[in-house]
Design a protein around this ligand. Structure first.
Ligand code: SF4
Length: 139
């Protein structure tokens, strides 16, 4: 091999040698961490957006105790009537139109109930629209 061909060979390989030298002298770059292929989370159960059918709420106290009968001794004595508009105004002069169990201080039913307890008739309910001679104005 002549000196001329050696020089020509050197010129031919010089660009590749330079690239190899640059690569060897460059700082090492760490490869990004391998992405771990995790399984997707299980689907979340969504609540049913369909509203439940509306139900008519029962009065809180209705039906839990028997109603007072107008013929009971205590009811007769107090002039109790299940409908205040039927109050005996001849015998019970204290009746005032509009007075009824639901606006009596002794009535223990809740607002909107059709009946409720009264301490004058233990163990029974009086009608919210009832009345007796012991009616007391609510404070
Ligand atoms: S005391 Fe009042 S709640 Fe009781 S029966 Fe008479 S009016 Fe009704």
């Amino acid at each position: 091999m002549s000196a001329d061909s050696t020089r020509r060979r050197f010129i031919e390989i010089m660009p590749f040698a330079g690239v190899a030298l640059l690569a060897a002298c460059s700082p090492k770059v760490e490869p990004p961490p391998a992405v771990v292929d995790t399984p997707p989370p299980p689907p979340v159960a969504m609540p049913d957006p369909t509203p439940a059918p509306a139900q008519e709420p029962a009065p809180a106290t209705a039906g839990t105790m028997p109603l007072v009968e107008e013929t009971e001794t205590q009811a007769v004595a107090l002039g109790y009537v299940a409908d205040h508009t039927r109050a005996d105004t001849v015998k019970f002069k204290s009746y005032v139109a509009g007075n009824q169990c639901s606006n009596c201080a002794l009535y223990l039913g809740k607002s909107g109930d059709t009946e409720g307890p009264c301490p004058l008739f233990p163990g029974k309910h009086v009608a919210a629209v009832g009345w007796c001679n012991s009616w007391v104005k609510k404070a």
